[in-house]
Design a protein around this ligand. Structure first.
Ligand code: RB5
Length: 153
């Protein structure tokens, strides 16, 4: 039997409802979904707690991909991109989702739960999951970013 790809997901209260929708979509598509919270049904929580847990797991190589959701996606973006090896991309539409994979090899999708409705978000998630990285000149550019993490620049 082929192992299912694992995908991590987390949100604060601003993304809680959308997280629950996206979990269903991922499960239906055959992914093993690991939910890092928040699991409180939408009560106010601090987004860095959930962003840190998830981005750290991607940075450590425990997950190839993850999804983070807060109200705007901005707070989660700031958190996620502090972690080496994490390429967190805030995507508001199909175009940014496609580019985030083709050009940026995004490994962490960030969504705004107060920006996208569930139908729009599902389209964004599907595009992000299904679009391959183009490599080539884009890999050279990502290598320059990795050099920042290595302290070379
Ligand atoms: C919570 O009110 C909100 O600040 C948070 O979900 C997020 O949008 C932060 O960037």
């Amino acid at each position: 039997m082929i192992d299912k790809e694992k995908i991590a997901i987390a949100s604060d209260h601003g993304g809680y409802r959308l997280k629950e929708e996206i979990k269903k979509l991922l499960t239906d598509k055959g992914y093993e979904v690991v939910d890092f919270g928040a699991g409180n049904g939408g009560e106010s929580v601090h987004y860095p707690i959930y962003g840190i847990k998830t981005a750290k797991a991607v940075s450590k190589g425990e997950f190839k991909r993850a999804i983070l959701i807060c109200g705007t996606g901005i707070g989660m973006s700031i958190v996620a991109n502090k972690f080496p090896g994490v390429r967190g991309t805030l995507c508001h539409n199909l175009f940014t989702a496609k580019m985030s994979r083709q050009h940026n090899d995004s490994n962490l999708l960030i969504l705004g739960g107060r920006i996208l409705d569930p139908v729009e978000a599902e389209g964004v998630v599907k595009m992000w999951l299904e679009t391959p990285f183009e490599g080539g000149r884009h890999q050279e550019r990502l290598d320059m970013i990795t050099n920042i993490e290595k302290g070379i620049v």
